[in-house]
Design a protein around this ligand. Structure first.
Ligand code: BGC
Length: 277
């Protein structure tokens, strides 16, 4: 990594219900310097356990970068800003809500917890918002910045990110409205397809109901379907009808990491960079 490159690199972390992933991201291109690294999300996923896993993850990222010769000097990596996508609502450094992590996160100061375990400053945003930021900057949302775009991430839960005129409306939580009397994400997330062994056709039926209800609540021009499952979009996307243009996201499982890194590189501002069209 040359001196010139250093300024554009940041570390992006994506906290998920099953894994916590990190990458060294070139925030000018959205590319990872090498394949992302991953640790399992601890069970129970309490703040101290996740903090310890985070320390392990950052160390793994740093040691991998050194082994691969991406940089020769550890101090370069130690100085890089870190962004983190978190699966919940975080306001003023405090967790308001986190459906798929241990309940003890609620009310905790996440920035302090992560700093205590890693010795580093983390910029935090919602994981789906981070994925949306990456898709709007480098992925499937790039061409639609002038429109209203809703990214939905289908994973352990359902995350949403709403952009209008290229600006993020943070913390939309459209995985949690009531559907058939229960939380929508518990019926239509990708984890439900796996758990209940649903065929793509069966799952598409759930998704159809989900997206029809979404479109009663918000009226985006474009809906992007993200999460790892979007790589299999040809199996189910054509079975879903929406008023909005429905498209697969592009950055797959790296979207959250890339978006978090963009946040860090912008000193905590979730800005879609215009120049990257
Ligand atoms: C959380 C969201 C998150 C989504 C995807 C939901 O359960 O409430 O904040 O974005 O899962 O991880």
């Amino acid at each position: 990594m040359t001196d010139e490159q250093q300024g554009r690199f940041a570390i992006g972390v994506d906290v998920g219900g099953t894994g916590i992933k990190a990458g060294l991201v070139d925030t000018e291109t959205g590319n990872l310097a090498f394949k992302r690294v991953r640790v399992l999300t601890p069970k129970p996923s309490t703040p101290p356990e996740v903090g310890a896993a985070m320390a392990e993850l950052i160390e793994l990222l740093v040691s991998t970068a050194l082994e691969l010769g991406v940089v020769d000097d550890r101090s370069v990596l130690d100085a890089l800003p870190i962004g983190c996508g978190f699966p919940g609502v975080v306001r003023d450094d405090h967790v308001d809500y986190a459906a798929n992590l241990d309940r003890t996160w609620i009310g905790s100061n996440i920035t302090r917890i992560l700093a205590e375990h890693t010795g580093r400053r983390f910029f935090i945003m919602n994981d789906a918002d981070a994925a949306g930021l990456a898709e709007m900057t480098f992925g499937a949302g790039r061409k639609h910045r002038k429109k209203t775009v809703l990214l939905t991430t289908l994973g352990t839960g359902i995350g949403t990110a709403l952009f209008t005129q290229g600006r993020l409306v943070p913390y939309t939580e459209l995985g949690h409205f009531e559907m058939n009397g229960r939380d929508a994400e518990t019926q239509a997330a990708e984890s439900v397809k796996v758990r209940e062994n649903l065929s793509y056709e069966e799952w598409a039926g759930r998704l159809q109901q989900y997206y029809s209800q979404v479109e009663l609540l918000v009226a985006p021009d474009v809906i992007l379907i993200g999460g790892g499952i979007s790589k299999s979009h040809t199996q189910f996307l054509h079975l879903i009808r929406t008023r909005a243009e429905l498209k697969p996201a592009k950055l797959l499982n790296n979207a959250g990491i890339v978006g978090a890194a963009i946040l860090a590189a912008n000193n905590g501002k979730a800005k879609v960079k215009k120049g990257s069209v």
